[in-house]
Design a protein around this ligand. Structure first.
Ligand SMILES: [Mg+2]
Length: 307
C-alpha cells in the first residue's frame, strides 16, 4: 500500500450489517489501529447508497478504505471508488461476505490492521449489467425469482434462514424460461434453463458455481444449467455441491467479455444478492476498475487453512 503519510486510512461502517459479535470486533479494529499508530477516520453509514456518496468525497484524501460490512456495503463503496486509485479492504462483517472470503481477508481485528499495513494492492475487474456495475455474481431465472420473492416479503434483518421459504416456493412454482444467450457474438445456448455470471467463484452458503472465475483476468464466467423441470434442477444442485458440475450433464461453462441474454417474457435477475433488472440483459466486463488490498501471499493460507 502507498505510504503517503499525508493521506488517511478511512473506516466505513455499516451499523446494520452482521450481528452483535461484529461490534466487539469493531472495537478491536480501533484498538489495533491505535496500537499500530495508524489513525482511522471513521464514518458510519446512514442508509442505502450513503457509503457511495461518502467515499466519493474522500477519494482524494484517502490512502485506503476499510469496509466494515457485508457484500452490499462493499458494493456501495466500490461504486464510489471505481476508477480511482484508492484501494479498499472488505472485512467479513456482514451476513454474506463473498468478496472478503474470496480474498481470504481474516476476521481478527489485529490481522485486518496488519493487512492494511503490509498487504498487497491488486487490480479487480467489475462487471456491468444494463449499465449498472456489479462485483460478484448474477443469477438469471430461478435465482432472480427467489431474490424477488425475498425482497417482496422482507420485514427486517436477513439471515440465511430468510431464504428458505422463497426458495421452497420458487422451487415448486417456477417455470424455467427459454433463454437465448450470445457470448462475444456467438450464440452458445438456446434452450430452457437458468444462468449465472460470476466475477468471483463463490456463491451463497459456500457453493462455487462459477468455479474458475477470477476477479483479475479481464473476463467474466458464465454457467448455464439446461433445465426444464424441477428434478433436473435437483441434479444440477447436487453436482454443484460436489463441485463437479461443469463436467456433468447439460451444463455450459464459458468465459466472455460481452454477453446478451434474451427471453420470450421478461425474466428476473439477482445482482450481488439484490433484485436486478429483468431480461433482456447486456452484461460486460470492465477490467481493472477497482483496487483491492489483499493479505500477503505467504499469509493467506494460514488465515483460511480450509479454503
Ligand atoms: Mg474474471
Amino acid at each position: 500500500m502507498s505510504t503517503d503519510s499525508a493521506k488517511r486510512v478511512y473506516l466505513v461502517v455499516n451499523p446494520h450489517s452482521g450481528y452483535g459479535g461484529h461490534l466487539h470486533s469493531l472495537n478491536g479494529i480501533r484498538q489495533a489501529a491505535r496500537a499500530a499508530d495508524m489513525p482511522l477516520v471513521e464514518y458510519t453509514t446512514r442508509g442505502p447508497e450513503d457509503a457511495t456518496r461518502y467515499v466519493r468525497t474522500i477519494a482524494r484524501s484517502a490512502r485506503a478504505v476499510i469496509v466494515w460490512g457485508g457484500d452490499g456495503t462493499v458494493n456501495e463503496v466500490a461504486a464510489g471508488l471505481a476508477g480511482s486509485d484508492v484501494p479498499i479492504l472488505p472485512c467479513p462483517a456482514g451476513t454474506e461476505n463473498l468478496l472478503a472470503k474470496e480474498l481470504r481477508v481474516p476476521g481478527d481485528p489485529y490481522k485486518i490492521v496488519q493487512v492494511v499495513r503490509a498487504g498487497r494492492v491488486v487490480d479487480c475487474d467489475m462487471g456491468l449489467i444494463n449499465g449498472r456495475s456489479f462485483m460478484l455474481i448474477i443469477g438469471v431465472g430461478f435465482d432472480g425469482e427467489v431474490v424477488r420473492r425475498l425482497a417482496a416479503g422482507r420485514t427486517g434483518h436477513i439471515s440465511h434462514l430468510s431464504y428458505f421459504w422463497p426458495i421452497w416456493r420458487t422451487f415448486w412454482e417456477h417455470d424455467f424460461p427459454r433463454m437465448r444467450i450470445v457470448a462475444d457474438g456467438e450464440e452458445i445456448f438456446n434452450d430452457y434453463g437458468l444462468a449465472f455470471i460470476g466475477n468471483i467463484s463463490r456463491y451463497a452458503v459456500g457453493l462455487r458455481i462459477c468455479r474458475d472465475a477470477r476477479y483479475d483476468d479481464g473476463l467474466l464466467d458464465l454457467v448455464v444449467f439446461g433445465c426444464r423441470e424441477q428434478t433436473a434442477l435437483v441434479l444440477h444442485a447436487a453436482w454443484t455441491l460436489l463441485r463437479r458440475h461443469p463436467l456433468k450433464g447439460d451444463v455450459v461453462y464459458r468465459q466472455f467479455r460481452n454477453l446478451r441474454i434474451e427471453t420470450d417474457q421478461p425474466v428476473p435477475s439477482q445482482v450481488d444478492g439484490d433484485v436486478g433488472p429483468s431480461t433482456p440483459l447486456d452484461i460486460s466486463v470492465a477490467p481493472s476498475r477497482l483496487r483491492l488490498i489483499i493479505p500477503p501471499a505467504d499469509e493467506r493460507r494460514s488465515y483460511w487453512p480450509w479454503a
